[in-house]
Ligand binder design. Sequence first.
Ligand SMILES: [Ca+2]
Length: 267
Amino acid sequence: MKLRVSPFAKSAVIFALCASASGCCGCPQPVETATAPPALSTAQPLAGTASAQPGTAVAVKTCPGAMVAAKDGLIDDLEDGNNQVQLTAGRAGYWWTAKDEKGSTIEPAGELKMSDGGADGSKLAVHVSGKTASGDPGTAWGAIVGLRLAEHGLYDASKYVGIAFKAKVGERSGSKVRLKVADVNTDPGGQVCKDACYNDFGKDFTFTRDWQEYKISFAEMRQQDGWGDPRPPSITPGKLAQIAWHMNTPGAEFDFWLDDVRFLDCQ
Ligand SMILES: [Ca+2]
């Protein structure tokens, strides 16, 4: 049987893949939610629908139930005090900070030193503070703290379903921070985007003055509206570059704490 679908009928494709891959869409095991090329045959292997072509759909793993900490998912709890992520599951990148050249500030600048006062009584955390500049957000883009996942190149996180981290903000701080997860399509190192990189998939978070854990699935992550090229349907978890937290409210003080960054899996 030949199944043909419109490129716009994504829900039909998802249903077709779901039905033929597992026999039932409500089965109590992790399922791959995927979009696919505009035409496919049910006789073709479904695992091959993921593609590295810019702008095409890839498989993003999702859970039928809750997301929990992955067994080998700890990216960093900062307790070793160094600025390299945990050397687990092939990860080996480093923490970093950056700011625009229009007057934004961030401390510590350059090499990130970990601060006393971690989440849940732990010893150390990431703590950055400063002020974002006002002006054209294209150039006065603010300040950012993040980590590379691999020492070189991209990291395959396709076996995970999302990311968790603990965060809080200080008394005089703005509370909005955007989580940005750069992948092959949005990081210049992926050699896909040319003039409109950095519109990473992610989410705008509002934090409180108390440590709390936040979870987000890869499937929930979105690019910002109105800019960026390419604009694929989803993040590509199999080719991630870095995870970052972007202070992007113009003219605002920030005092941002971060701890226990990890990948998630299904319960
Ligand atoms: Ca800690």
